[in-house]
Unconditional design. Sequence first.
Length: 210
Amino acid sequence: MARIAGRTAEDTRRAALAAATVVFASQGYDRASLHRIGREAGLSAAALSYHFGDKAGLYAAVIDGLYAELPALTQALAGRRTLPEVVATLWDFADARREAARLVLRQIVEAGGLGEAFRDRVGPTTDGVAGWFASAFGTSPAAARRAVVALTHLIIRFANQPWQDNALALGTEGPQATRAAILETLIAVAGALMPTADARDAADAQTHTP
């Protein structure tokens, strides 16, 4: 097996997926190469080919990896019942995975849409999250779905910029004030799209979640 001495097969796979996410996000699928990804991961192109077959196989594995993290989000949302808590959890989850957000946005911009690999996952994922929103906030499935879609689009957009750019857009100073303004924006949008008493009360609540 082509891997660095002392590095397990799982270590090799994780390093390859992390590097591939960065390179695909920064260069796009067409410009990315196994050689560049291997260099970023400290692996040979042969090692990547061994584990993933070719660039298409590696890209598919990256997307699989992104969706494999969703159970961690579900776990993080457990017990969150107010809109500020839920929005803060969603934002912090995405903020910690900015390369994944960049990869999604780059795919949309370069391909003119999500593409088949993402599209096959988005529907069921949106169904699940929207169902959770509808249950948690006592709103209709349609309203919950609109809120989830709007939050997803905004979160991806905010996560694709450094805090300095978001601060410029939102008229804030410093990362904490910028985070608070992002959360306020997300809460206001979700609350407006889910016209329930609980959601309106949550949208008016303090958003400075630790």
